[in-house]
Design a protein around this ligand. Structure first.
Ligand code: ZN
Length: 219
């Protein structure tokens, strides 16, 4: 049976994450929210992350500031800030496997992580979680994510879909139709990740790490 994992990035966003959580509860779907560390300093946003965790979703680290990708500017100091300080912000919200997802405009490649970042993730036993479907819900026209996500379902036996709280929460009608389509195609919605999207598993190198490794590592 084919599978699909929902992930929601760049939150928490008041007015969006709450709507999305209502939707997921109604459909009995469990997902992972990759949150931006500095946003958690805002009590309203932290409350949303707390609610997500309480409702059975997993919370992952999506950098402290979501600024320049770590493969472009990834000195050891910046790595400690973007990964380590974000992890401190997450604190008890974090899944025990310490999920980390880098930012990089939806593309996977050496621009997402420096050598120092890969070393840091291994040393501090993070689990690096990537993706294989980024249908671009932030791009106009926003609704176009739907057709792209459906097309992506044919690519892999297990899809890890990246959507964004802020945008997808405005399109729960389409999300509803997407879930109906998954049912129609007997694609199972699961919460965990395929090995192909876990290049580092609790510090151990796994599948696909080599294509993220910089040719000239900054160490
Ligand atoms: Zn992001």
């Amino acid at each position: 049976m084919k599978r699909l994992t929902f992930t929601f990035d760049n939150g928490p966003c008041p007015g969006a994450t709450d709507r999305l959580l209502d939707f997921l509860a109604e459909r009995r779907i469990k997902a992972t929210f990759f949150v931006i560390g500095h946003l958690l300093a805002d009590p309203d946003r932290r409350r949303l992350a707390d609610r997500a965790k309480a409702e059975g979703h997993w919370i992952g680290n999506h950098t402290f500031s979501h600024a320049t990708p770590l493969g472009v500017d990834g000195s050891p100091e910046r790595v400690r800030h973007e990964i380590g300080d974000a992890q401190c912000q997450l604190g008890a919200l974090s899944h025990p496997a310490k999920f980390f997802r880098p930012n990089g405009g939806g593309e996977l490649g050496p621009h997402v992580l420096s050598g120092a970042a890969i070393d840091y993730l291994k040393e501090h036993r993070f689990t690096l979680v990537t993706w294989n479907s980024v249908p671009g819900d932030w791009k106009e026209p926003h609704e176009a994510w739907f057709a792209r996500a459906l097309a992506d379902l044919d690519k892999d036996p297990w899809t890890v879909l990246v959507l964004h709280d802020e945008h997808i929460a405005q399109m729960t009608d389409l999300l509803e139709r997407f879930c109906d389509e998954l049912e129609r195609r007997t694609i199972e919605i699961v919460q965990d990740f395929p090995a192909a999207c876990v290049p580092i598993d609790r510090g151990r190198p796994g599948e696909g790490l080599s294509r993220l490794e910089p040719a000239n590592a900054v160490r």
